[in-house]
Design a protein around this ligand. Structure first.
Ligand code: TYC
Length: 130
């Protein structure tokens, strides 16, 4: 009569204890969970489109108001704001900043709203960067 010790179990002779992943390690089981995902979700890393916000010149909006706009809404120093305002005054159009769509849209709306409330004809537009 052959007697087996209690730690000899022919059913487990492949070395697989039951303490790991369900079903044990399988091909493709990269993370050890026992599940090989059949569908992979593509990781989206596309950068958002950017938009230039531009100020347009006119004959009536006071220079100081334009400088204030650039300081308030475009976080420009007094020196930067004055340089941009003079550029617009001389060239007809100038760059305030570059932003994602919703930020640019908000800044244009803020400029137009304040200009309208002060009855200045100041125009501000956004355009997509290439
Ligand atoms: N041209 C205006 C003036 O002489 C000043 C001005 C500058 C207006 C920039 C608009 O976007 C502007 N008072």
């Amino acid at each position: 009569m052959i007697s087996m010790s209690s730690d000899f179990d022919p059913v487990r002779m492949n070395g697989s204890s039951n303490s790991g992943s369900p079903g044990g390690s399988q091909p493709g089981d990269g993370d050890g969970t026992g599940f090989d995902l059949a569908t992979e979700t593509r990781i989206k890393t596309k950068k958002p489109s950017l938009y230039r916000v531009l100020l347009l010149n006119d004959d009536y909006t006071p220079m100081e108001f334009v400088v204030f706009i650039l300081e308030r809404f475009f976080n420009r120093s007094r020196e930067q704001a004055t340089r941009i305002m003079l550029h617009v005054h001389q060239k007809g159009v100038g760059l305030c900043g570059v932003y994602t769509y919703e930020v640019a849209e908000t800044k244009v709306a803020q400029v137009l709203d304040l200009a309208r409330r002060h009855e200045h004809p100041l125009q501000c537009v956004m355009e997509k960067e290439d």
